[in-house]
Design a protein around this ligand. Structure first.
Ligand SMILES: CC(C)(COP(=O)(O)OP(=O)(O)OC[C@H]1O[C@@H](n2cnc3c(N)ncnc32)[C@H](O)[C@@H]1OP(=O)(O)O)[C@@H](O)C(=O)NCCC(=O)NCCS
Length: 227
């Protein structure tokens, strides 16, 4: 059975997520200084420390924006204040809710360029990835380095003008699965491994490609756009 994605829609004021369902949220992270200043107080002291330690100011702002939005969105499901949410971390850094929620809520976050992407699920393991398609990236060299031989062959079968997007499609699918598994860059043979995952690709915005990986079968995924 395939994963059906709804169009990106406006979220209702009250969000309901039944067991076995997945919601995908997209939101901008290129926010004004005023909005960033309003999000900062939502972050925990360790998150603020992490933001401070990020050498690149743009990365620091993106981190604050993505964590702030993550907290605001999760608060809708948990009936908590965004600042009251506590996270704990897997061995390779995958964040999860510190306290077990009634809905067994799980989530995974990704951000790239101007956009953030968040999957929220109930009773399911999820992974997401978003990448901005870089027109300058020497993607064929990168594919030779990190893709499996079968993926390199697959990439070569695309017409040249479609090949860059195909590279990002394979890349984001692998990353989403890896993130679902909670692995990281240190995980051996990171590309082309792993079975039993259901993966769906989609466009998040022009030049931004996303992928969602689910460890189980889900029929319908609701997509929300956060303004
Ligand atoms: C997880 C990882 C693959 C994502 O990298 P990326 O594509 O650059 O970034 P994305 O935007 O898609 O995802 C980042 C988000 O994924 C989440 N995340 C972090 N680690 C994760 C993991 N191991 N698995 C799943 N999700 C993870 C976080 O929410 C993070 O956002 P934040 O930095 O704002 O908190 C990369 O950060 C990584 O390899 N981390 C693990 C590092 C590692 O191997 N450490 C070894 C410890 S022994």
């Amino acid at each position: 059975m395939s994963v059906l994605l709804s169009p990106w829609g406006d979220p209702p004021s009250t969000i309901k997520l039944a067991r076995g369902e997945v919601h995908l949220w997209r939101f901008r992270i290129d926010l004004s200084a005023d909005v960033i200043a309003g999000l900062k107080p939502l972050l925990s002291s360790d998150e603020l420390l992490r933001a401070e330690r990020l050498f690149d100011p743009l990365k620091s702002i993106s981190f604050v924006a993505a964590r702030g939005r993550l907290r605001q969105i999760l608060a809708r499901y948990l009936d908590l204040q965004p600042a009251a949410i506590e996270f704990s971390y897997g061995v390779q850094g995958k964040p999860r809710l510190a306290a077990e929620s009634d809905q067994q809520l799980s989530f995974n976050l990704s951000h790239a360029g101007n956009w953030g992407l968040l999957a929220v699920a109930s009773g399911l393991v999820v992974g997401v990835d978003i990448e901005k398609i870089d027109s300058q990236l020497e993607y064929e060299k990168m594919a030779d380095l990190v893709f499996s031989p079968a993926e390199v062959v697959c990439l070569g079968q695309y017409a040249r003008k479609r090949r860059r997007r195909a590279f990002y499609r394979i890349w984001t699918r692998n990353e989403a699965r890896l993130k679902g598994q909670g692995g990281g860059f240190s995980t051996p043979s990171r590309m082309g491994q792993g079975t039993g995952w259901r993966i769906r690709s989609f466009s998040v915005h022009r030049d931004y490609l996303g992928a969602l990986a689910l460890a189980t079968e889900v029929i319908k995924v609701q997509r929300w756009h956060l303004h």
